[in-house]
Design a binder for this molecule. Structure first.
Ligand SMILES: [Zn+2]
Length: 136
């Protein structure tokens, strides 16, 4: 495997479950066990009911494009990737459940609002798989 010189996640107590799921090819979201609201990014407290109780739930990995940008000038480690897309993807499970990620597998100019996408996992190192999105 070639050297990967882009930023990598540093899992902590709050995010470890998410990243371990990615490494298994599963998209996991935190869900409050009191009011059943999903949340992302992972954090200790529910933003709806203030509960500190949560569980990791495997979600469908399906969503739609909520918003996106096309990056045309990259920092040095991303220079070979331009143009590339960073999108806010609204997950199928809940209207306000969104996460950022790259969309690959189509030209940036072909991306549309509400376009259906599905997650895939890019094994960028032996220890890290990053969630990314592709047209569904
Ligand atoms: Zn809650």
């Amino acid at each position: 495997m070639t050297q990967y010189d882009k930023p990598l996640p540093h899992p902590n107590e709050e995010t470890r479950g998410f990243w371990e799921g990615c490494n298994r090819g599963e998209l996991l979201m935190q869900r409050c066990t009191d009011c059943c609201t999903f949340r992302f990014f992972p954090r200790p407290m529910c933003h709806v009911c203030n509960s500190m109780n949560a569980e990791w739930v495997k979600v469908s990995g399906k969503g739609k494009v909520f918003s996106w940008v096309v990056v045309r000038q990259g920092s040095p480690s991303f220079a070979g990737d331009v143009p590339y897309v960073v999108a806010s993807v609204q997950l199928a499970e809940q209207d306000d459940l969104r996460m950022f990620g790259n969309i690959e597998g189509c030209a940036p100019e072909d991306i549309e609002l509400d376009m259906p996408v599905e997650v895939f996992f890019d094994e960028v190192t032996e220890e890290v798989s990053l969630p990314k999105w592709k047209p569904a």
